[in-house]
Design a binder for this molecule. Structure first.
Ligand SMILES: [Ca+2]
Length: 470
């Protein structure tokens, strides 16, 4: 029993890292349903029993607000309301059916006034002359009943679908509709895609919520079948019990794992401010109530809308390999760009990228590769972060820099021998290098330094001049 008096059961079928186990068969329970005017009926027949017995509240109780923003509207006022029950609220608004539509959908414990929504809306209107629809379903997504919010998202998704029906009737093309959802909002976007037969142009899922969705059927959660293009940003894919709020499993055509996709630099989510605390106890203690790593997904998406920094995502088997600089050549399927411009790339699958701990988050990725000489003695010491240094080794490391530093002319190498224990097992006083390379991964360029063996003394710095660029 939680502190607020609600007993909450979360449906998940996984252990860690989004590895799904076959769910045990559900016991037979009586199917409940509820019906409302225009939006129709909702029951909890599997797989829609993930809300653990909750059914959507009535439209009157949820009182969802649909706020339309355009450049024209913003010139004189903040927004206009549109309503699925009244087509003329759309046709008499400043909605322009010849322009693309961006729909921003928040998640649990957020509402239309959550500050990140205004920041994203502003960035979108700066980028293009769009219709931007902000969905304020704060009443249906409020603390403390997470499962009720999971149930409500189907009703709100249906309401949004009815608005899309109106704009299609007015001549808009669903191909130019882009749903952008955070957390539960990402799954709501998937549900709208389901209702519209996957005809929507694009869904961006920003750290889609894990509780009640992980490893459950694609019918109820975001998946690549929900739109023509689905891009997903993972920032808080830790298991729920360890404070994670987002799905770790792939659920788009392209999935970006930011800093590995589990927790974010600069965030100290801890368990006290984590999502599990929020849904079990109704206690939100971090910022707008959602954990820092979970919120990072919409921050990086918003930054990607108007930046020149590429947010390059690199295909890789896992994050460990990526941090060792082993996946910076955009092989085999090519790279992509996390965020707004991911649609422009054909590359699909799992992509990895680093960011900074604070805005601007985007960084440029460089691999520094040092090949050691085959005549040197094995030793222990430090070149970059590696400690065990062997002859004929190739040492790779990934470094990130805030800006594109352009062509690289020089590389400073330093060898520091291992200091030993109690005066024993000290590293060798010199270590020999065969050659060094730097890969400027975002630019796709390679710089070669110094062919032929040279020695580095302990604590000595050697400046190498570039002698080749590819
Ligand atoms: Ca789906």
């Amino acid at each position: 029993m939680s502190r607020s008096g609600f007993s909450i059961i979360i449906v998940n079928h996984s252990t860690t890292d989004g590895v799904c186990e076959k769910p045990a068969s559900s016991p037979k329970v009586e199917i409940k349903s509820v019906c409302y005017p225009l939006v129709g009926c909702f029951d909890d027949k599997p797989p829609f029993n993930n809300a653990v017995g909750e059914l959507p509240r009535s439209p009157d109780v949820l009182n969802v607000k649909f706020r339309l923003h355009t450049r024209v509207i913003e010139a004189s006022k903040t927004f206009e309301y549109v309503d699925y029950r009244n087509a003329s609220s759309v046709t008499s608004s400043h909605y322009n059916v010849t322009k693309p539509l961006k729909v921003i959908i928040h998640g649990f414990d957020n509402n239309g006034d959550s500050p990140w929504i205004a920041a994203m809306k502003d960035a979108l209107l700066k980028r293009g002359d769009f219709n931007v629809l902000v969905i304020d379903w704060g009443e249906g997504a409020k603390l403390p009943n997470y499962n009720a919010a999971v149930a409500n998202l189907r009703l709100v998704g249906t309401q949004i679908k009815l608005i899309l029906d109106i704009i299609v009737k007015e001549g808009a093309d669903l191909k130019h509709v882009h749903l952008i959802g955070h957390s539960l909002g990402a799954h709501m976007a998937g549900y709208i895609g389901l209702l519209l037969g996957s005809a929507i142009g694009r869904i961006t899922g920003m750290d889609p919520a894990e509780p009640d969705f992980q490893c459950l059927p694609t019918l109820i959660r975001l998946d690549p079948g929900d739109a023509i293009f689905v891009d997903v940003i993972h920032t808080n894919g830790e298991p729920l019990v360890e404070g994670g709020a987002g799905l770790f499993q792939q659920c788009g055509h392209v999935d970006f794992y930011v800093n590995g996709g589990k927790t974010q630099p600069g965030c100290n989510d801890g368990l006290s401010g984590a999502f599990s605390s929020l849904i079990h106890n109704g206690v939100g203690s971090v910022g707008d109530g959602i954990s820092c790593s979970h919120a990072r997904s919409h921050e990086v998406f918003t930054e990607s809308i108007n930046t020149h920094c590429p947010f390059t995502g690199f295909p890789c088997d896992d994050y460990d390999k990526f941090t060792k600089g082993e996946c910076l050549t955009c092989e085999p399927g090519g790279c992509s760009s996390m965020g707004y411009f991911s649609e422009d790339f054909y590359s699909h699958g799992r992509m990895f990228l680093k960011t900074k701990a604070s805005p601007p988050y985007c960084v440029y990725h460089y691999a520094i590769i040092v090949e050691t000489s085959n005549t040197t003695k094995d030793t222990k010491g430090t070149i970059f972060a590696d400690e065990q240094l062997h002859k004929r080794d190739t040492i790779k490391t990934l470094v990130v820099i805030n800006e594109d530093i352009g062509p690289i002319k020089t590389l400073l190498l330093k060898y520091k021998r291992f200091g030993g224990y109690l005066g024993l097992w000290k590293g060798e006083s010199t270590f020999s290098i065969q050659k060094a390379q730097v890969i400027a991964a975002d630019a796709g360029e390679k710089f070669e330094f110094k062919f032929g063996e040279f020695e580095l003394n302990h604590n000595e710095e050697k400046m190498l001049e570039v002698n080749g660029q590819h």
